[in-house]
Structure formats: C-alpha cells, structure tokens
Design a protein around this ligand. Structure first.
Ligand code: 13P
Length: 265
C-alpha cells in the first residue's frame, strides 16, 4: 500500500508572530507545487491563528502541539480540541515525550487527549518512544507497545485508519543531534505496524503513517526515508530553519518516489 509521506514541523516553544510569518512565508514560496509530501506546521498556540491565516487555501496544513480532553471550562492554561478546530487546525500532536517527561503527562492523560482530538475531527499525531536507559536495558519494544496500547484503548479501527499518525521518537534522539539509524528506525516502525495490524487489522495498519522524529536533518533524511515503514518525519529544531525543512521535504519526496521494496505487512 502506498502511503502519502508526511513531514511535520514541531516548533515547540519557539516563534514570535514576526518569526512565524517569515518562516511560513519562506516555506510557502519555496515548496514545490503538487508536492506528494503532506506538509504540516505545528507552531505554539500563541501563533496558531497567525500561521493558520497564512496557510489558508494553501497545501500546507496546520497542527497544534497539545490539546486538553474537555471541550471547554475551568482549565486555566489549557486549550481544547474544538478551539484548535476553530483556528483551522487539522492535526494535533499528542503525548510528546517532552510533555510526558516535563509536564507529568501520563498514559491516562494521553489517552484522554487523543480521544478528544479524534472526537473533534482532528488527526492525532501520537508520539511514542523509549529513553536511552530503556533501550540499553532491551525494553524498547515493551515500552512502545505499552504506550500504544494505553493511548489507543477504545479507538475504533476505522478511526485509527482515518485519523491517526504515529510518530516514533526515541527520547535519546530528540534535540541531541544523535538520530536513530535507518535500521533502528525501521526495526521499531515495522514492529509498530505489526502491532497496529493485530489491533486494527492489516488494511488499516497498512494505511496508518508512521513518522520518525529525533534529530532529523537534511543530511540524514534520505537514509531514514528509504525505509519501507518510515512514512515521514516529525521535525523539531530543523523545522525552524526554512531551508533545512524544505530540504527534508524534498529528500522525503525523492526517497518515496522510488517505491520501497517491500511493505512490511
Ligand atoms: P529535534 O528534531 O529537535 O530532535 O526534535 C524532534 C521532536 O521532538 C519533534 O517532535
């Protein structure tokens, strides 16, 4: 099954209105027409409106970095899925490791946030990944499987196929400059796809895109994207540099033009 590659930029807590406009403008003007890569920008909440306005009618889609599980109410500092929808968001990252590690996000809260995102018609980018210690202890797959199981509890197959992207982001590769090798990424991605097949069915698993994230740069994109189960990238630091981000998109398009030898299913 041919999956449309997806490259998303997670800007994290970066960007003034002016910087956001400059980055967005450069991406829009230099992105090739009819790119076969789906491109998503996930700026912080404060500039979602600004970036959303610039993306209106364009091929680049808007995403958020987090959403609360309730639609509205007394939740100081939180933003809800319908609010994101209202701003034109199509995607929302859920369960990023920075949220899990720094802001007390648990499997239970990730599940609730993901449920709200899906219920309000957004596509969830569910992040999973192991720490260095867990990898060294041989627990990589056990950790990821547990994260998938918890977050996707109660999600129906049709919904998963239509509204889910998984992002494999090894924690040790995030912001460190040390990306997973293409082989390491492929190994986990194929395990994730097998798990998705068991959970949702083979056809659904074949259609769900699995992004790799963690120190993705122009120099390592081609190798990573040449893997049959790596369907795109979730890019942090390099997504704030338009030239680098565009180069990652171009390498992704090129790698995916050459059909991957085998689908893992
Ligand atoms: P870096 O690309 O900066 O390593 O960040 C990856 C990430 O966390 C994307 O969500």
């Amino acid at each position: 099954m041919k999956r449309r590659p997806i490259v998303a930029g997670n800007w994290k807590m970066n960007g003034t209105q002016e910087q956001a406009a400059a980055i967005t403008h450069q991406i829009l003007t230099s992105l090739p027409q009819n790119s076969q890569v789906e491109v998503v920008l996930c700026p912080p909440h404060t500039i979602l409106g600004k970036v959303g306005d610039l993306l209106k009618g364009k091929a680049v889609l808007l995403g958020a970095q987090n959403a609360h599980w309730e639609p509205k109410g007394a939740y100081t500092g939180e933003i809800s899925a319908p609010m994101l929808k209202d701003l034109g968001c199509r995607y929302c990252i859920v369960g990023h490791s920075e949220r899990r590690q720094l802001f007390g996000e648990t499997d239970a809260s990730v599940r609730k946030r993901l449920r709200a995102v899906l219920d309000h018609g957004l596509t969830g980018i569910l992040c999973v990944g192991e720490t260095l210690e867990q990898r060294q202890q041989g627990k990589t797959w056990a950790v990821i499987q547990a994260q998938l199981q918890a977050a996707l509890e109660g999600v129906e197959s049709a919904r998963a196929a239509a509204q889910m992207v998984i992002a494999y982001e090894p924690v040790w590769a995030i912001g460190t400059g040390q990306n997973a090798t293409a082989a390491q990424a492929q190994e986990v991605h194929s395990q994730i796809r097998r798990w998705l097949a068991g959970r949702f069915g083979t056809a659904q698993a074949d259609s769900i895109r699995i992004q790799y994230g963690g120190s993705v740069k122009p120099e390592n994109t081609a190798d990573l994207m040449a893997q049959p189960d790596v369907d795109g990238a979730l890019v942090g630091g390099a997504s704030l540099e338009p030239a680098a981000f565009l180069s990652i998109i171009a390498s992704t398009a090129q790698a995916k033009e050459t059909p991957c030898s085998t689908a893992s299913s």
